[in-house]
Design a protein around this ligand. Sequence first.
Ligand SMILES: NC(=O)NCCC[C@H](N)C(=O)O
Length: 398
Amino acid sequence: MAHYVDSEVGRLRTVLLHRPGPELARLTPRNNDSLLFDAIPWVGRAQDEHDAFAAALRDRDVEVLYLGDLLAETLAVPDARAEVTAGVLADRRLGDTLRDSVGRYLADQDPRRLAEVLMAGLAHEELKPGPGGLVYELMDRHDFVIDPLPNLLFTRDSSVWVRDRVAVTSLAMPARSRETSLTRAIYRYHPRFAGAELLYDPGLEHLEGGDVLLLAPHVLAIGVGERTTPAGAERLARRVFAAGLAHTILAVPIAQERATMHLDTVCTMVDVDAVVMYPNVADTLRAYTVTADADGEPRAQVARPFLEAAAEAMGIDRLRIIDTGLDPVTAEREQWDDGNNTLAIGPRLCVAYERNVETNAQLERAGIEVVRISGSELGSGRGGPRCMSCPIERAPLS
Ligand SMILES: NC(=O)NCCC[C@H](N)C(=O)O
């Protein structure tokens, strides 16, 4: 099975999605902020919207893999099961008595149910009979013994393929950090990925997939902000250079704010030489061009305007911006609703949320075909079509 991605826009052949499930039903007004959702999604409608997203991709000959299915299949492998379970039980909040009890509960579950528990978490009241012990007794009945992972929906962030290697990332927010123990197990143990080499690991410096853009074969951009640290960008650069996967990396500082948590919230590619970009940052976004010195160490030049640095690294005259031409208020509203977070199915063909009427109209005026999907519920987690997808195979551009 081919696993290969060398650009943002090569024809998409295989993509990893996560159909939202019971983990979304864990969100309440008390925990939605810490679980990184801005509202409480209607789960059934979110699933309908997600099914329509998957159908839009399948209709265009894209193979859709589901994270939940891959995880259940992975957990049939004893080593995978042992590794993932040990990760959950290492949570220091559990204490010995509760840890033993949770360990026995997990050991009793078949792979599919275990996958469900690992994704949806385990509530205090679901661990029956209660094990007693101080930790369990002092917990609130609304507390989780195993925290749910509602942000699994955003498969973009927990792994990213660079050519034939996969970087399992290191997620910065506590609410998401356990996600990568699941993606890592899938890539290490699922037969479909046998032989896949890991380029990055969750124990390393923070790095999230939403910050990594494959601008062109051998050219990456890495956003540095709320989620990806300069040290994460440097570590990935060193590994990418050592593996010969890129000759140039652009490190792109972005504001450390929720609205711009990843580079792909302000900029995504829609053609081999075109991006859609949040107009309010288009003139100010800068990039450090990073190349390897004689020892393979990443070295940065002084920062320059992003578009200029990107065009030079990509070997093109100009990186076109689809000028959304929006007034600042509309631009801000549509950026918040992931208008700039498109998923390219191929050059000049992308998936976008229908609600971003103005941005989509401008894309079409610029010759980009837009496949509109509804995201009223999906968007409550603050992520669009690119955030919700991890390309595993694209037709090579190089
Ligand atoms: N690449 C992305 O921008 N992903 C969206 C992640 C949204 C999620 N609620 C988060 O805060 O991490």
